[in-house]
Design a protein around this ligand. Structure first.
Ligand SMILES: *Cc1c(COP(=O)(O)O)cnc(C)c1O
Length: 478
């Protein structure tokens, strides 16, 4: 065997050449998507056609076309008409840190498998804790996504607040967690994974403003206790995913303190507002939380996925997973902050801190202020435009960069309006000039825009609304 393939696959010169080409392709792509709004956000194709293409490409495609085809067949977050799901158009430098990470591929589980990024992670975590207002006892780590971070936080909560040591003895008591009915579905999933079942999720209704109704907490708590449950935690959303409304963290924090239960904040989307001089007040009371989740890949301009999980009592982050794995983790007397797999769900994880640290080093934390503040300002602006337009109705005045609205016509009933709005959204997707999504709240279908691109502007909003209006009016008469 002459191992020609291995030689080719590891060739530094091929890497250099292909890498330069790819960077050129991507830089052109960024330039085009940002400036020429005539190119599409998405070239929509149905899943079976897409599958057919790639199946065929593997046999007949030219390798030199591969990257361009991927590009053409992906959604373009850097396009100012992208206003869909909550994921960052990344700061391009984090594409480079991704490359660095990919080639070095340090596994991060223990200190030796990522010395620099482990220490960088600590620096980043300390920065975040300081912005939150936590004191020196706080600590945390980076982990793979908000979903996993929320589960990890709730496991810590169970560890600390459940009367029985579930980690050692398994479940014996009936445990429950209180959460807003508008919380992200991953909280529900985490609670079920933990074995608490349907009844272990105590859903608190939201008020008019779609935020957890804190007036109902006491009653709901008492009722659940009377049914024989032990409540271990309450979760606040900052903001909730569907409507982008921040809940009253201050009040939820006080309630948790009074009852002696764990207070967790799911700030996957909006935690980045700690850096916004203008919008930080939305997070008032956040330092009362025992744990907080912040996604880097949502409002902090980083690639997916990288999430910070922060603890008011750093010690709690060391107690979540008490486990021996002698080949990897040795027992030590002191808490070894530098062996991260002792505290994270993952064993191997990627060098996430490279993105966070590099952005802080090159641009400073003011970058996050500019990003979050710009996007939340745009959210307000879009809300104002919608409020003035008689063809539209907003679900609630936006508090962040998430806006739920619908085409409105007084002569049509709920069912017809739901149909029209859903069809408009489907047509927008197929046309590909704008990307927004939809959501259903209390039986009403809303169009949902999340302004993720700081270069989206008022002109784009107006074009989008004109486009929707044209489509909806055509549908009114069918
Ligand atoms: C996006 C989101 C999540 C899920 O986070 P992932 O990083 O996608 O796993 C959880 N909670 C809220 C409030 C979110 O917005």
């Amino acid at each position: 065997m002459d191992k020609e393939l291995l030689k080719a696959a590891y060739s530094p010169e091929d890497f250099r050449e292909n890498g330069h080409q790819l960077v050129d392709i991507l830089a052109d792509h960024l330039n085009k998507t940002r400036n020429k709004t005539s190119s599409k956000v998405i070239n929509w194709e149905i899943p079976s056609e897409q599958y057919k293409f790639w199946n065929n490409f593997l046999l007949n495609g030219k390798p030199s076309d591969l990257n361009n085809e991927i590009l053409k067949r992906s959604i373009h977050l850097h396009h100012p008409h992208y206003m869909g799901h909550q994921i960052s158009p990344v700061a391009p430098v984090t594409g480079l840190t991704s490359l660095l990470n990919a080639i070095l591929n340090n596994g991060m589980g223990i200190y030796e498998m990522g010395m620099a990024p482990t220490a960088m992670e600590r620096v980043v975590v300390e920065q975040l804790c300081k912005e939150i207002g936590y004191d020196k006892k706080s600590d945390g780590f980076l982990t793979s996504g908000g979903t996993l971070a929320n589960l990890t936080a709730l496991l810590s909560a169970r560890n600390k607040r459940a009367g029985n040591d579930v980690w050692e003895n398994g479940m014996s008591n009936k445990l429950a967690i209180m959460v807003s009915e508008e919380a992200h579905y991953c909280i529900d999933r985490a609670v079920r994974i933990m074995g608490l079942g349907e009844k272990g999720i105590v859903k608190i209704p939201v008020g008019e403003n779609f935020a957890l109704n804190t007036a109902l907490l006491e009653e709901s708590y008492n009722k659940t206790i009377q049914e024989g449950y032990e409540i271990i935690a309450i979760v606040g959303s900052a903001p909730s995913t569907a409507t982008g409304i921040y809940e009253d963290l201050d009040a939820i924090g006080d309630f948790a303190l009074e009852k002696g239960i764990w207070f967790h904040i799911d700030a996957a989307h909006g935690g980045g507002a700690i850096y916004s001089s203008k919008y930080k007040t939305l997070l008032k009371g956040m330092k009362k939380a025992d744990s907080i989740v912040i996604d880097g890949h949502k409002m902090m301009m980083m690639p997916s996925i990288t999430t910070a999980l922060l603890f008011k009592e750093g010690q709690d982050s060391h107690n979540t997973f008490r486990q021996k794995a002698d080949y990897l983790l040795q027992e030590s007397q002191e808490e070894d902050w530098y062996n991260l797999a002792k505290r994270t769900f993952e064993c191997t994880k990627y060098m996430m801190s490279l993105h966070w640290y590099t952005l802080l080093k090159i641009y400073g934390k003011e970058l996050f202020d500019e990003f979050v503040t710009t996007l939340y300002d745009l959210g307000q602006k879009f809300g104002e435009i919608l409020e003035k337009d008689p063809f539209f109705e907003i679900a609630v005045k936006p508090m962040s960069n998430i806006i739920c609205f619908r085409f409105m016509n007084k002569d049509k009933d709920l069912h017809s309006l739901n149909m029209i709005n859903a069809k408009v959204r489907q047509k927008l997707l197929e046309e590909g000039n704008f990307y927004i999504v939809q959501t259903k709240i209390k039986g009403i279908i809303y169009l949902r825009a999340t302004i993720m691109n700081p270069f989206t502007n008022e002109k784009h909003f107006k074009e989008l609304l004109e486009n929707i209006k044209r489509k909806a009016i055509l549908l009114l008469n069918v």
